[in-house]
Design a binder for this molecule. Structure first.
Ligand code: FAD
Length: 468
């Protein structure tokens, strides 16, 4: 008799493990199938967590080398022990993945280590690492298998000299020259890490701007800041091939619109052109689960696929590939399966780039609003006019608030600045409650904090900022 469950979740990333815990809280009998040795998916093992560990450590390394003396802290020039920095990152990952294992156990979630395959509605096969097969039965299945690195045609990732984000999180040596293909979040974050540790970093981007999808004015400012830090950019260009030479890699770059190729040399090429949904080995064709033209699992408003009883969440479905979006969808599905009204407001999902300064946004960009024909007011406040930023010498960046011209409702908030990742939360909260710039402007903010710039930007929507 196969083991039987209320819900089996395939994949234990932020979508899957959160779904499992919430479903267990609601009294369901839950199982998680995970093919990786540890829980937590891309995010905890090879994504958000290790990248943030290296961003944090490399930021402090940079600060120790360039910022301490100005504050009267005399230290010898910092020396990098890369092996130790990587071990620091690995410890952070271990702490997090162990934490998920603890939570799954605490919530009495049954776990199976192996590749899950959907054998039909209510039936899941698991191929364990040793090849043994197990059959499980369930009322519902949640596909939470996440995403994988997008590949560049003609460029083979070997995770040694041509790396994806995974290889770039564990380079054994600081490359002298790194070429990053793709000026999206991952390319800029990991490019920043290695630049701070001593690499010359050049970013090649197909589009004529960095950070596609982000407010264009913000993206332009971020590019200027990163260039000041020493990163170089070649926009409107495409990498068409990489050839190994005795001294590294020779990279062929052509104008995006076509034309003659030029070549540059680098020790490491980081391919960071995005991620694609991962459904390999899941048996979706046999199960009859529909995919869209980008190979994402198609779901309805309740995250159910075209096959009743089979649901999908996270990176494997449409929407931004972000851990917190996956988590919220995991909660929503668990609540729907538990007889509650699970819901995710996809209009209010913050997006953060953990460069220095950080870049965080939620809601609409100016381009979105123009395209939709929505009249809006802009309130902008620079950190150069914020007391805390001045004293901390972190004055780069600003807060920009976009509010509906008629109703004053906040439609988008874009922050470039130290701790932008933390500050964006108040923007998300006020937007979730349908708040206005006036509401934000009348909310008392502690002094001296960087968040006062958010309040001032809200005041600036009505042209009454105080410190400007
Ligand atoms: C370098 C990097 C940095 C990132 N930084 C951030 C960040 O700062 N903030 C942020 O919000 N997002 C970040 N992301 C994105 C984030 O990691 C993903 O959005 C998130 O992990 C998606 O969660 P998920 O649960 O949908 O899938 P995943 O985390 O990808 O988890 C899917 C899991 O399913 C397992 N699996 C797949 N198929 C099967 C199968 N057939 N059987 C069993 N198991 C299977 C996989 O092994 C994996 O563990 C980053 C990504 C990368 C690569």
């Amino acid at each position: 008799m196969p083991d039987s469950f209320d819900v089996i979740i395939i994949g234990s990333g932020p979508g899957g493990y959160v779904c499992a815990i919430r479903a267990a809280q609601l009294g369901l009998k839950v199982a998680v199938v995970e093919k990786r040795a540890t829980y937590g998916g891309t995010c905890l093992n090879i994504g958000c967590i290790p990248s943030k560990a290296l961003l944090h450590a490399s930021e402090l390394f940079d600060e120790a080398g360039h910022g301490f003396a100005g504050m009267g802290i005399e230290v010898p020039p910092p020396k990098l022990d890369l092996a130790k920095m990587l071990a620091f990152k690995d410890q952070g990952v271990k702490g997090n993945v162990d934490g998920v294992a603890f939570l799954l156990k605490k919530n009495k979630v049954d776990t199976f280590h192996g590749t899950g395959t959907i054998l039909g509605a209510g039936k899941v096969g698991v191929t364990l690492a040793n090849g043994d097969k197990q059959r499980l039965e369930t009322k519902s299945i949640v596909i939470a298998t996440g995403s994988d690195v997008a590949r560049l045609p003609g460029v083979t990732i070997d995770e040694v000299s041509i790396v994806s984000s995974t290889g770039a999180l564990s380079l054994p040596k600081v490359p002298k020259r790194m070429l990053v293909v793709g000026a999206g979040v991952i390319g800029l974050e990991l490019g920043s890490v290695w630049r701070r540790l001593g690499s010359e970093v050049m970013v090649v981007e197909f589009l004529d701007r960095i950070l596609p999808g982000m407010d264009a004015d913000v993206a332009k400012t971020v590019q200027r800041i990163l260039m000041k830090q020493g990163m170089s950019f070649q926009l409107a260009s495409k990498v068409t091939g990489v050839a190994k030479t005795s001294s590294g890699q020779k990279i062929a770059i052509e104008p995006a619109a076509g034309g003659a190729a030029t070549t540059v040399e680098a020790d490491i090429v980081l391919v960071a052109i995005g991620r694609v949904p991962f459904t390999e080995g899941l048996g979706l064709e046999t199960a009859g689960v529909q995919l869209d033209n980008r190979k994402r699992v198609v779901v309805d408003a309740h995250f159910q696929t075209n096959v009743p009883g089979i649901y999908a969440i996270g990176d494997v479905i449409a929407g931004p590939m972000l851990a917190h979006k996956a988590e919220d969808e995991g909660m929503a599905v668990a609540e729907i399966l538990g007889g509650q009204a699970g819901h995710v407001n996809h209009d209010v999902i913050p997006n953060v780039i953990y460069t220095f300064p950080e870049v965080a946004s939620v809601g609409k960009s100016e381009e979105d609003l123009k395209a939709a024909g929505i009249a809006y007011n802009v309130g902008k406040f620079p950190f150069t006019a914020n007391g805390r930023a001045k004293v901390n010498k972190t004055t780069e960046g600003s807060v920009k608030i976009l509010a509906d011209a008629k109703t004053d409702r906040i439609l988008g908030v874009h922050i470039i600045g130290a701790a932008a990742s933390e500050m964006i939360a108040e923007a998300a909260v006020i937007m979730e409650f349908g708040g206005s710039a006036e509401d934000l402007a009348r909310t008392c903010h502690a002094h001296p904090t960087l968040t006062e710039a958010v309040k001032e930007a809200a005041l600036a929507v009505d042209k009454r900022a105080i410190h400007m």
